[in-house]
Design a binder for this molecule. Structure first.
Ligand SMILES: [Zn+2]
Length: 201
């Protein structure tokens, strides 16, 4: 993402409680998501390129063939000269970290913050009459933010941009995120904005 992301003091305190590897991982994972870099590139597998992190071949490919593809790829890639930094191995991430409550909640908090900061910057862009705002909304949607976060982001944008929105019914999901019901008119406004952006590409 083109905006520098600064974790809040609150998030900093949560991160400080994590082991160093997980702390770095949270920051790198949310940044990668914002940049639309696949998470698999951050997780080391036996078929990951040591120079760029790319996972070579498909899982259905025979093992020897896949090893050969990896060697060929790595010799092409070697000119980068600097080893890729993985946050951890794929198996540690999926067998341990995603079941670790402290890690998961820190990651969720970091995602909320980076989304809010992207939106704040999007609103500034929209007020300045540029298409950057809508591009930012699209990015949030593309990086797989939760539905509740996407809606909050979209409504924050519409509200601050002065788009008329109907009375919204607000409920709380899992005692955490605020979820806002969408009306037809609001959906149309969001879709219209996204169409305008894709036409400008
Ligand atoms: Zn590579």
């Amino acid at each position: 993402m083109d905006l520098p992301w600064v974790p809040s003091v609150e998030l900093g305190e949560v991160l400080a409680e994590l082991p160093a590897r997980q702390r770095k991982a949270v920051l790198r994972v949310v940044q990668a998501e914002a940049d639309c870099v696949a998470l698999t590139r951050l997780l080391k597998t036996p078929y990951s390129c040591q120079w760029c992190g790319l996972v070579v071949g498909q899982s259905g490919t025979p093992r020897d063939e896949r090893k050969g593809m990896l060697e060929a790829h790595e010799s092409e890639c070697e000119r980068r000269g600097q080893a890729w930094r993985f946050v951890c191995s794929l198996s540690i991430y999926y067998r341990k970290w995603v079941h670790d409550a402290a890690f998961v909640s820190a990651l969720a908090m970091a995602r909320r913050e980076i989304t809010e900061q992207a939106m704040a910057s999007a609103v500034v862009g929209l007020q300045a009459g540029t298409q950057d705002a809508v591009a930012a909304v699209r990015r949030i949607i593309r990086v797989g933010e939760s539905e509740a976060n996407q809606l909050r982001a979209a409504f924050g944008l519409l509200d601050r941009a002065g788009v008329e929105t109907a009375q919204k019914a607000t409920t709380t999901v899992a005692g955490e995120l605020e979820y806002v019901d969408v009306t037809e008119g609001e959906l149309a406004a969001i879709e219209e904005a996204l169409r305008g952006e894709s036409g400008a590409e």
